[in-house]
Design a protein around this ligand. Structure first.
Ligand code: NAD
Length: 502
């Protein structure tokens, strides 16, 4: 545990010990306690110890935050600000996040166990890029003058929606929040963010930094709280024009019901996945394919929406693949203290989640799948919510471990003989977030891209992408796309203005 932080050569553990936390709700540009004084413990899953207590908002706090966001919308303090001025706020906002990246990374590690190196090299840079990207989009969104009869002029004007409720997940706490709030704010909306109660420390700071960057108070509010209470109050609120959600498919379904029970607000959903990684016999580089497969499932301890949790391997490759996969997984992912920069595999996000994942492992064994390796907590970390990388073989498509999103470091391996069989297996799921195909045959690659029911298909890679890539799912993996300029449109509506010139 020796790493240089910004303030000199200190360990991350020492820095963590000295870190101070903002714990209130962030409403109208200030930290406030929950109306009923309720609090929520932040528990470090690596140790089981309480890091701090956060204010835990309820319906009354959602009411305060929506009222603040609505007032900001009504007086136009943000949406009527000149685009170039809003862009300058975004540029400063991104810079502040970048300047504080080390402290923000520590918040991720302490609240959900993410290895500090991952937080520093993945979550924080990508959060900064997200804010920069959508800031740059602000004056690039254009309306349209359409071709119509000579005696008329028709304009399509694009306007923000009003108040957006953003509800986010815990697996990349800052980044998942940024994928919502950045396009929503860039489009000119006011926002109330309800982060996951399992990783609520870092998203709270986003609103503070937005205001520090010159964003008007009230435009961006954060209410931490339980999903079933604060989240539901936001989803049912008549003053919210849209819910933008990242989380499980089950919660996504509830949100659509809440929208129907209230004001028919728009609901955009980024939900679960069970993504296939398909290995054809003509794959170009066996070692690269196996290492990518390992990273595709075990990064972030498998807590990734597009985790490549289903390995579909051609029968001829199977034995070699299983052996190489086990070797690589054990070499690359060794459980350790997430504050140690050398650690590649932290604990799962909570002890309760680890127990759920272990429940799936037991279920797999009961159903007759063979545990090739893993499925246990490492002996040297008894207090943490750890689980070693795990692989099931002899899996059939009807088994729960082959169908359900486990959201942990658990892969299942199924075999196929033909391209058609591989496609049928890949599509045999309620999900459709992502897929990968490993092949040297360009025609096969194109055929499979067309046949696979997934929002993203990677050829000879997995998980690659940048901000120009629309990201989202087919089927029950969601109904929207995050990232990319097209995503801004989801936070706007069109108004048709017709001029009769005769
Ligand atoms: P979750 O559905 O349990 O919670 C997500 C959010 O919804 C949290 O903020 C939670 O408080 C809130 N919530 C829970 N119940 C609610 C209710 N009744 N009304 C309103 N809000 C409610 O999901 P999670 O465990 O935080 O995240 C893991 C899931 O997120 C996985 O399924 C994963 O695949 C998915 N995910 C998807 C993407 C994507 O881009 N598609 C990205 C990351 C995570």
């Amino acid at each position: 545990m020796t790493t240089a932080g910004a303030g000199g050569f200190v360990s991350w553990a020492e820095r963590a010990a000295k870190l101070t936390f903002q714990t209130g709700l962030y409403i109208d540009g200030a930290y406030v306690a929950a109306a009923d004084g309720a609090t929520l413990p932040v528990v470090n899953p690596a140790t089981g110890k309480v890091v701090c207590q956060l204010a835990c908002g309820g319906a009354a706090d959602i009411e305060r935050a929506v009222t603040s966001a609505r007032a900001a919308w009504d007086d136009g303090r943000w949406r009527r600000m000149a685009p170039r001025d809003r862009m300058a706020v975004f540029a400063r906002f991104a810079q502040l996040v970048e300047d504080q990246a080390e402290d923000l990374a520590l918040l991720e590690t302490l609240s959900m166990g993410k290895p500090i190196t991952d937080a520093l090299t993945i979550d924080l840079p990508e959060t900064v890029v997200t804010i920069r990207y959508f800031g740059e989009c602000i004056d690039k969104v254009a309306g349209q003058v359409t071709q119509t009869v000579h005696e008329a002029t028709h304009m399509v004007i694009r306007e923000p929606l009003g108040v957006v409720g953003a509800i986010s997940a815990w697996n990349y706490p800052l980044l998942m929040a940024a994928w919502k709030i950045a396009p929503a704010l860039a489009a000119g909306n006011s926002v109330v963010l309800k982060p996951s109660e399992r990783a609520a420390l870092s998203p709270l700071k986003l609103a503070e930094l937005f205001v520090e960057a010159g964003g008007p108070p009230g435009v961006f509010n954060v209410v931490n709280g339980l999903g079933a209470v604060a989240g539901e109050a936001l989803a049912l609120h008549e003053g919210v024009d849209k819910i933008s959600f990242t989380g499980s498919t089950a919660t996504g379904k509830r949100l659509m019901i809440s929208a129907g029970r209230s004001n028919l607000k728009r609901v955009s959903l980024e939900t679960g996945g069970k993504s296939p990684q398909i290995f054809m016999p003509d794959l170009p580089d066996f070692d690269v394919a196996v290492e990518t497969a390992v990273r595709g499932i075990f990064d972030n301890a498998g807590q990734v929406c597009n985790a490549g949790s289903r390995l579909l391997v051609h029968e001829d490759l199977k034995d070699r693949f299983v052996e190489a996969f086990e070797q690589k997984a054990k070499a690359l992912y060794v459980s350790g203290d997430p504050l140690d920069p050398a650690t590649s595999l932290g604990p799962l996000s909570s002890h309760a989640h680890r127990d759920q994942v272990l429940g799936w492992v037991r279920r797999g064994v009961e159903e007759g799948a063979r545990l090739a390796f893993g499925g246990e907590g490492p002996a040297n970390n008894p207090d943490g919510a750890y689980l070693t990388p795990t692989l099931f073989v002899d899996v059939t498509p009807d088994m729960a471990v082959a169908r359900e999103e486990i959201f942990g470091p658990v892969a299942v391996l199924l075999t196929f003989r033909t391209e058609e069989e591989a496609i049928a297996l890949a599509n045999d799921t309620i999900y459709g977030l992502a897929a990968s195909v490993w092949t040297s045959d360009v025609k096969r690659a194109h055929r499979m891209i067309k046949a696979l029911q997934a929002g993203v298909v990677w050829i000879n890679c997995f998980g690659d992408g940048d901000m120009t890539q629309p990201f989202g799912g087919y089927k029950q993996s969601g109904n929207t796309r995050d990232k990319s300029m097209a995503c801004m449109e989801g936070y706007m509506q069109s108004k048709s203005a017709w001029f009769n010139l005769s």
